[in-house]
Design a binder for this molecule. Structure first.
Ligand code: AMP
Length: 506
């Protein structure tokens, strides 16, 4: 059996309905059990009479119930908004305000008194709250499948809307070009609020494979994680390069010890050549796939099988060839073709490009465009083509990646500035080469504020309002922000202040 994402129906019932469909952190279900559970949830959803297209928040951490909830939403024509527990409840409330959602399917103990319907493990809670409903979409032929929220530079998260058409374009590519099948076991560890997880979630459901979910504790414990992969014959490893790099320090992470792994699928940040090389050495029977793309263009747009030949041929790590139904152009200021020495901004055009951010017209006008009847997105990434293969050359703005997680430094800054007593604040990445290793928040207290008290207040405010991966590793109080010759805050000087600080003086 499989769940066809395009038609939002369980199909091919006669095939392997007793095969495991989802192995969650809490329990495992077969395909027939997943179908029964999702259909039952769909009945509950319909009974709430939410308008078609009304977004539903789905919150938890790797429970089977998260998957059946996302499926039920698709069946009923509701976009789901996946929220892992890395997103704290204050941010969930801001997302609720943006979506106007009246229903949250929640696997945590948190209370949401302002939401009309809260569906918990033990049943449905109704409240008197009347949050405003989103108007029903006027495109029933292309319903929104999901809305993933990413960090926004102004401190307001951005909801990327992915429709049925975009999901179809993504899955056509997955089915035809990646070489995965129904016999594969797709290993998940990324939170569902990170679009990397759409790789294994959608592919496994759509192809009819088995989805192996791993909670944060398991992913951190290499013995537990590798044992689980062995136990369930995990075959498709999906992660950021950083996550695999951490596993390379593990002697038991080899093709001999974990022979079921046949594919390493990467996206979300640069794949270092050394990481790819070491994986090929350790897993001689596995493929290493590098893919590139932002959430706004449904997971990824380019793909390359990183073979030994590819590693030898190109001094830089390629991110791949553009999928057939899409186009990428690298736009330079002078209109000349982008080259390594003068890369251009990467624009993605194709059916997998989002219809835009939810309720954010200003940003949609800036970032999205139409070209010959197709949707386009200005990524803010830079790159160039060589032999028809795209190469990535970083960004020029305040968006960074930390362990593959997308972070707008301005989002952190806005949260620090929201704390009374903070006169000025800025988040600065500490890098090793091009890789961000940690983020440090610098704070200047307003006159009369107690610095050390303020530091604690800001720290707890950030833990409450930001996803855990966005909370700066450290906060440092400064008397004044150094400025450079162009009268801008001198980040280099701040980093120097931080690295040379006396141990107890922060
Ligand atoms: P996200 O929306 O979280 O998937 O982040 C998308 C961003 O991650 C892109 O705009 C790039 O800046 C970066 N990115 C994604 N894939 C790659 C890759 N293969 N190599 C380098 N950077 C990447």
């Amino acid at each position: 059996m499989r769940f066809d994402i395009d038609s939002a129906k369980f199909v091919e019932h006669d095939l392997d309905s007793e095969k495991l469909a989802v192995i969650g952190s809490d329990r495992a279900v077969s395909w027939s059990e997943l179908e029964a559970e999702s259909e039952e949830l769909a009945v509950t959803l319909r009974s709430l009479d939410l308008p078609l297209g009304h977004p539903v928040l789905v919150r938890g951490h790797k429970e089977v119930g998260m998957v059946s909830a996302m499926i039920a939403c698709m069946i009923c024509g509701h976009p789901y908004v996946p929220l892992d527990v890395v997103v704290p409840s204050d941010r969930v409330r801001r997302i609720l305000a943006i979506t106007g959602s009246r229903l949250i399917i929640d696997h945590t103990e948190d209370a949401f008194p302002d939401v009309a319907f809260v569906l918990k493990r033990n049943g449905l809670l109704r409240s008197a709250a009347t949050s405003s409903a989103e108007p029903a979409p006027d495109r029933p032929e292309d319903p929104i499948r999901y809305i993933i929220f990413t960090s926004g530079s102004t401190g307001e998260p951005k909801g990327v809307r992915i429709t049925r058409e975009s999901a179809r374009a993504f899955l056509d590519w997955m089915v035809n070009d990646f070489g995965f099948g129904a016999a594969d076991v797709y290993i998940n560890q990324a939170p569902f609020s990170f679009d990397l997880s759409v790789y294994e979630l959608f592919t496994s459901l759509h192809i009819g494979g088995t989805l192996l979910l791993n909670d944060g504790e398991t992913a951190k414990d290499s013995h537990r994680f590798l044992d689980r992969i062995k136990q369930y014959n995990g075959s498709v490893w999906v992660s950021t390069p950083t996550f695999a790099y951490l596993y390379l320090t593990e002697p038991g992470f080899t093709g001999e010890a974990v022979p079921s792994i046949r594919h390493f699928l990467f996206c979300g940040e640069s794949l270092p050549k050394a990481t790819a090389q070491r994986l090929l050495d350790r897993f001689p029977n596995a493929r290493v796939l590098n893919t590139y793309g932002p959430t706004e263009a449904t997971v990824a747009t380019t793909l390359i099988d990183v073979t030994r030949d590819v590693l030898m041929e190109y001094p830089d790590m390629p991110v791949g060839r553009v999928k057939r139904d899409a186009m990428i152009r690298c736009v330079t200021p002078d209109g000349r073709p982008a080259v390594k020495e003068a890369p251009g901004e990467i624009e993605i055009i194709g059916p997998h490009v989002s219809i835009g951010y939810l309720n954010n017209d200003a940003l949609n006008t800036e970032k999205f465009f139409a070209l010959d009847g197709q949707r386009g997105f200005r990524t803010g990434d830079y790159g160039w083509f060589e032999d028809g293969i795209l190469f990535f050359n970083g960004r020029r703005d305040e968006q960074v990646k930390l362990n593959g997680f997308r972070i707008e430094l301005g989002d952190i800054g806005a949260q620090m500035l929201a704390v009374p007593g903070v006169a000025d604040a800025i988040a600065v990445p500490l890098k090793s080469g091009e890789t961000v290793k940690r983020i440090v928040g610098f704070i200047r207290a307003a006159p009369g504020s107690d610095g050390s008290l303020l530091r604690e207040t800001v720290a707890s405010h950030l833990r409450r309002t930001l996803p855990s991966y966005m909370v700066p590793a450290d906060l440092m109080m400064v008397e004044a922000f150094p400025v450079n010759t162009s009268h801008k805050t001198d980040r280099k000087a701040l980093i120097e202040l931080y690295t040379k600080r006396p141990k107890s003086g922060t």
